[in-house]
Design a protein around this ligand. Structure first.
Ligand code: FAD
Length: 385
């Protein structure tokens, strides 16, 4: 079987790429029984496929990734999806399929790849990429032990990471001479000291979560042993990038829109009890924890200063993050420095990499899928030249 391009991995980046290469002979080789399994799980099944706001410095782990996304932006991506028939809607700068169903994105990519004429082989785990005359031999093995080899002029590693139920297949390229940064979980629930979250498991709040100089506004969900929710997940990216460590303090501001002095005055001037005051703002269990932090009971007369301090700066100690199974993405992968502006290997001509297999990770909000689309588009344009 001889192709122009062999794409290893039928996930977000691999399928997008296949849908762009209609003039080339393309094979997509996917280990799963079906393509795009992870895509179906994105955005709680709704797939937050990209974002519509200017890029910030810390949206990606490295400046180079932001430069690529600046070059091939969400607008370019949405134009391709629109040509494939996908309609979208936007909620607070986050773009979703109009159906609010991730399957719509997957269906549209699958149709796009089929229309482009790609051959899709599922249930075939790639076990080796070998250089051969005129390109590469890609060896795969199916669950029943059947071996298959696909030959192609170019090969693209689109195997993602082992976050969630993914696989770590970077050894396919380290065998070609590439180095790698070990994967570590990012966008993953935080583990904190148990005392700070005691009795709060299952409670959601909109707040600001402060870690060092960074402030993440959004929802957090208290768990038995820590925090999840978008604000907490984004703080975990700082941990993955080495900007935060075990033992560091985190602070929750339960009312980011009200300055501390105003809150102090309100509390001090009130003739309500602590319980009545806090109960007007927060879930009962949150009110109890805040009161305890301020050294008060719910029936006390409010100590304005102490209470405002506990509301605006509720401290927790970071004890780490959960493992890869609970992560949305992994930090780490193949270094961008070993790939050129077309994302072709500088060590092995004709070998490309896209998506999460590269050492690029973004924050919550569609930034990781946008990286998958952008990197796939970069490689598509190079292969079509
Ligand atoms: C629960 C969850 C929710 C998420 N939500 C969002 C979101 O809303 N927005 C967002 O931007 N990002 C989200 N992400 C992250 C996003 O899904 C990934 O960043 C993105 O899918 C990466 O695309 P990829 O193509 O690089 O890898 P993947 O989509 O993971 O695809 C890789 C494919 O390669 C296959 N593969 C691996 N090894 C081999 C091999 N040896 N041989 C053959 N095939 C192989 C895998 O089976 C897989 O199908 C979420 C992730 C998770 C886990």
């Amino acid at each position: 079987m001889r192709y122009d391009v062999a794409i290893i991995g039928g996930g977000a980046a691999g399928l997008y790429l296949a849908s762009r290469l209609s003039s080339l002979g393309v094979a997509v080789i996917e280990s799963g029984a079906r393509v795009g399994r992870k895509l179906l799980a994105t955005g709680n099944g709704r797939c937050n496929l990209t974002f519509l706001r200017p890029l910030r410095n810390d949206d990606y782990n490295c400046r180079e990734a932001a430069v690529f996304v600046g070059r091939i932006s969400p607008d370019d991506t949405l134009a391709h999806f629109s040509a494939l028939g996908l309609r979208t809607r936007t909620e607070e700068d986050r773009v979703y399929p109009y159906s609010l169903t991730a399957a719509s994105v997957l269906d549209c990519l699958r149709r796009g790849a089929a229309r482009a004429g790609a051959d899709i082989f599922t249930g075939a785990r790639v076990i080796a990429v070998r250089k051969e005359s005129g390109g590469f031999a890609v060896d795969s093995l199916s669950a029943d032990g059947t071996a298959k080899t696909v030959s192609a002029a170019s090969v693209v590693l689109a195997t993602g990471s082992d976050a969630g139920f993914g696989e770590d297949s970077l050894s396919l390229y380290t065998a070609l001479g590439h180095t790698r940064r070990q994967f570590s979980p990012s966008l993953v629930p935080l583990l904190t000291d148990k005392e700070s979250v005691k009795g709060l498991s299952g409670v959601r709040v909109r707040c600001a979560l402060r870690a060092g100089d960074a402030v993440e506004e959004g929802e957090i969900l208290f768990r038995d042993n820590g925090l999840s929710g978008i604000a907490a997940m984004n703080v975990s990216a700082l941990y993955a990038r080495g900007k935060l460590g075990r033992g560091d303090a985190l602070f929750i501001d339960f009312v980011p829109e009200i300055p501390r002095e105003i809150l102090e005055e309100e509390f001090a001037a009130s003739n309500l009890t602590v319980g009545e005051l806090l109960g007007g703002y927060f879930h009962t269990r949150v009110a109890e924890r805040i009161a305890a932090r301020a050294g008060q009971t719910l029936s006390d007369v409010p100590d304005g200063k102490a209470l405002a301090a506990a509301v605006k700066s509720y401290a927790l100690t970071l004890e780490g993050v959960r493992g890869k199974d609970a992560a949305q993405v992994m930090s780490g992968g193949l270094p961008l420095s070993e790939f050129d502006d077309d994302l072709m290997s500088v060590l092995c001509a004709g070998a490309y990499a896209v998506g999460e297999a590269l050492d690029v990770d973004g924050v919550c909000g569609g930034f990781n899928l946008q990286w998958a689309w952008t990197s796939a588009e970069v490689v598509a344009r190079a292969l079509l030249r």
